[in-house]
Design a protein around this ligand. Sequence first.
Ligand code: MN
Length: 264
Amino acid sequence: MSRFVQELNQRALHIRSTEDQQRKIAFLNQASLELLRWIEQTATHWLDQGKLIALLGGEHSITPGLIAALQKRHPRFSILHLDAHADLRQSYEELTYSHATAMYHALRYEAVDRLISVGIRDLSNEEMQYIQRNADRVQLFHSWDLHTQLFCGTSWDALCDTIIDKLSDHVYISFDIDVLNPGDCPHTGTPVPGGLSSMQALYLIHKVYQSGRRIIGFDLVEVGYHPHNNLDAIVAAHLLYQLANIAIASNTPLDNHQVQVPQP
Ligand SMILES: [Mn+2]
């Protein structure tokens, strides 16, 4: 990864700060496309070796690169998308590939039969219209609706069953850490109040595994950094440990007792 990023950084240095905005945007769009292709090629290499792949970020815009590699070997799978944002914009601030467009690009692959987005609480009119036009393929579980049902007595366990029922047998998990309450990810790029707790998110993912579905890959993205506060990193490390264990277990025959999913 580092050599590829170094090369992109070198090319970026050639664009002077005085140069016009359009040229910078053109560079970023081209560089983002090259990064997605690099992720697809690298992921394909490791998938060919039988590996299970997780993408870590940083930018959520990396997700379609792994989806591009996975769709070549899995003809039909669903994306379980945990996020504060719908990420269904066609472009964002003139950028074709952005954290706000990740799921729009992921849905361009026919193998993705459904996008099930959970915890969303920030979406544009354009995204609402897109969801309405694609209601057979995209379903959104808004954080307000989930919490309203919780406050009125529906259990989180029952809500998880409703969510998981929408997923195919093969599932890709896209975990944007900003789905959580900002207190758990204070330095993520675009925090939004009113999210899920870490335990609610982990419980949902445990139930995906318990349902017998196979997790074919995942990402954990938008993890922020602060030099004097490592809370974001601690939360992300715990999530990564759980996600990795659950993904491995879901790909392991049930009679293999060597893999055990730890309790959060
Ligand atoms: Mn987000």
